[in-house]
Ligand binder design. Structure first.
Ligand SMILES: Nc1ncnc2c1ncn2[C@@H]1O[C@H](COP(=O)(O)OP(=O)(O)OP(=O)(O)O)[C@@H](O)[C@H]1O
Ligand SMILES: [Mg+2]
Length: 226
């Protein structure tokens, strides 16, 4: 890493799809340093814009989510030019790993809680943009934190809410196939609890529409290839 910002004991823990994640100590705190690296397949100017945009947006949305009652890591420092964020390290277990380790009843409780948290985001006009169980961490006290808001946006549109939940469903299907349906149902229950049945029903209709559109595109693609 270029600059280290007085951080010590840096340990690279993850080379994610878009960023490198380091654990470190920074002014006596345990922190995570997230650094978005240039992508060689993008035009350099555009690449820099994207990285800068996401580096600014991620902390903003995390802060707003926290105000909306959704736990997120506290942001300590942002270096826009270097596309680097220093934030609180949430010690705990990734929900993706956790779900496979616990009894069914516990799984449903956690999914219900996740649904309430998504409901709180949407009620406040925050779209996460990448709802997957690897972007959620349960801390040592059982609180669920949402991370990775770089693809998020601010809107109250039903379409955006539908896409957000559709991505959540797809993530459950691909990472937790054997209990994905039960988990998604529990998420929707939690979501309805926060947003009310009418608003939740409207989003469910939107999800169905999005999934019909998706199937239509897939069918057309396979017909064209045949
Ligand atoms: N504040 C944090 N506290 C603890 N762990 C974190 C924190 N931020 C990120 N991580 C860990 O690093 C992983 C990658 O972080 P993040 O999702 O923000 O980056 P990404 O590049 O989008 O990665 P991915 O492609 O996996 O989504 C997370 O799944 C999580 O395990
Ligand atoms: Mg992620």
């Amino acid at each position: 890493m270029g600059r280290t910002y007085d951080a010590v004991n840096l340990k690279l823990i993850k080379k994610g799809a878009e960023a490198w994640i380091y654990l470190a100590e920074w002014h006596g705190r345990e922190v995570v340093i997230k650094r978005r690296l240039p992508k060689s397949y993008r035009i350099p100017e555009l690449d820099e814009q994207i990285r800068i945009h996401r580096t600014i947006r991620e902390p903003q949305l995390m802060h707003e989510a926290k105000k909306a009652g959704v736990p997120t890591p506290t942001i300590y420092f942002v270096d826009v030019k270097e596309a680097t964020i220093i934030m609180e390290r949430v010690e705990g277990e990734q929900v993706k790993l956790l779900l496979d380790l616990i009894p069914d009843e516990e799984k449903l409780k956690i999914c219900y809680e996740i649904g309430m948290l998504i409901g709180k985001l949407h009620r406040n006009g925050i779209i996460h943009g990448d709802l997957t169980t690897s972007n959620m961490i349960q801390n040592l006290y059982g609180k669920i934190f949402f991370i990775d808001f770089g693809l998020g946006e601010k809107t109250h549109e039903v379409e955006a809410r539908g896409v957000d939940l559709h991505l959540m469903r797809r993530a459950l299907n691909s990472s937790h196939f054997s209990y994905a349906k039960e988990c998604f149902d529990a998420i929707i229950k939690g979501y309805s609890n926060v947003l009310g049945d009418a608003a939740a029903g409207e989003v469910m209709e939107k999800i169905k529409e999005i999934e019909r559109r998706g199937r239509y595109v897939t069918e057309r693609k396979s017909k064209n290839q045949a």
